[in-house]
Design a protein around this ligand. Structure first.
Ligand code: SAM
Length: 362
């Protein structure tokens, strides 16, 4: 993980600078007033990964300046990370340094924590993990009161669980989410709650059904489902689809079908280009889609998915990359008006910015 310069006294200034850049970049699109959602100025990331720097028989947490991967910066705290990550960091490190078996050839540590105070630690090694490692890891689990996963080449040792349970507050409602190790989850839980509330608010009183692409673990699907008759959600990752099933059941959401399929394949299926067995149990023609929700990875929407998106009356677009959002909105502006635009400061002190746009057909 690269180093972030956290300076809470500079929080407003850094956000102001990012907003100014964004406004300049989007000046050629007629955007409405931009609504800005702030992050806590520190301790906002629920997940973190560190390289482990080994010297003279001692392990330390290390980070790198982008592009300078031979010069580690040894750190002992991480103000970007949640309070839970910061309280686990020293305890974990001293336990690792007190056990030759846990320390030797450890090269990476990952923390996954939640607002609900759940936590999971993954220890990643350059050596096979044996019964002795497992015994020591179980003792570590008892000491920390946190689940541990051991990973090595072609090996994953689970002591108990490989997930955490998050609880997010969206307006008056609380939702429960399983977040699986290695699966996507929004890193900044406070900002995630604001994004969910924003999406729920702007889809209230929708008619018909919702198509969601890139649904992940159902993060948005769960609170949005109440605003639609039926929802068809799609996602490429098997782990995330498994988590999504759990999350629909845990939150009593019963009007969603989730399918493991890429957005490119789904576009082919709905256009009748070719059939997919994974969709055979669904009658696509029975859906009365009014709205599409997309939250693609940094690459944005591919051309075919973009063309599909432009056929919907209402588009909700959540994006972690202003460059691809801008390019996609330029195309979508030919058929749609941007009615609402929001900025969510998910990644303070970096140049990254999360945005949300609601578009209506002209
Ligand atoms: C930015 S995440 C958003 C996930 C979810 N909306 C959330 O809030 O947690 C993007 C998701 O798209 C999925 N994805 C990546 N490429 C895809 C593709 N070509 N087709 C479908 N899903 C894809 C990833 O696995 C990931 O879950």
């Amino acid at each position: 993980m690269a180093i972030h310069q956290v300076a809470p006294e500079r929080y407003e200034q850094q956000l102001g600078e990012k907003l100014a850049t964004l406004k300049q970049q989007f000046a050629d699109l007629s955007l409405p007033n931009i609504v800005t959602y702030h992050s806590p100025a520190e301790h906002y990331r629920q997940r973190a990964e560190f390289k482990i720097w080994q010297q003279d028989g001692k392990a330390s947490y290390a980070m790198y300046q982008p592009g300078q991967y031979k010069t580690p910066f040894v750190i002992d705290s991480f103000p970007v990370g949640s309070v839970r990550i910061n309280s686990l960091m020293p305890t974990l490190l001293s336990a690792v340094n007190n056990s030759e078996i846990l320390r030797r050839r450890l090269f990476q540590v990952e923390f996954l924590t939640t607002k609900s105070n759940d936590a999971l630690i993954t220890l990643i090694y350059h050596k096979p993990l044996d019964a002795q490692w497992e015994k020591e890891a179980r003792a570590l689990r008892e000491t920390l009161g946190v689940d541990i996963i051991g990973r090595s080449r072609r090996q994953k040792i689970l002591l108990e669980r490989d997930f955490v349970i998050e609880k997010l507050q969206v307006g008056e409602q609380q939702f429960e989410y399983k977040q699986i190790e290695g699966g996507f989850s929004q890193p900044n839980a406070d900002v995630c709650e604001k994004m969910l509330a924003w999406a729920v608010m702007h889809t209230q009183n929708s008619r018909g059904d919702l198509l969601e692409l890139y649904c992940g673990n159902g993060n948005f699907t769960v609170p949005l489902a109440q605003n639609f008759n039926k929802v068809l959600a799609t996602e490429i990752s098997k782990t995330s689809v498994q988590a999504a099933h759990y999350n629909f059941e845990a939150n009593n959401v019963d009007n969603v079908e989730v399918v493991r399929i890429s957005s490119e394949e789904f576009t082919q299926a709905i256009d009748g280009v070719r059939p997919f067995r994974r969709l055979a149990h669904l009658d696509l023609a029975s859906y009365d889609f009014s709205t599409i929700f997309v939250d693609p990875p940094r690459a944005g929407l591919d051309d075919d998915t973009l063309a599909l998106t432009s056929r919907f009356e209402t588009i909700v677009y959540v994006s972690c990359n202003p460059d691809t959002l801008h390019a996609n909105l330029k195309t979508l502006s030919q058929t749609h008006m941007v009615e609402h635009f929001a900025v969510f400061d998910q990644f303070p002190y970096t140049h990254h910015l999360e945005c949300g746009a609601i578009l209506r057909r002209r």
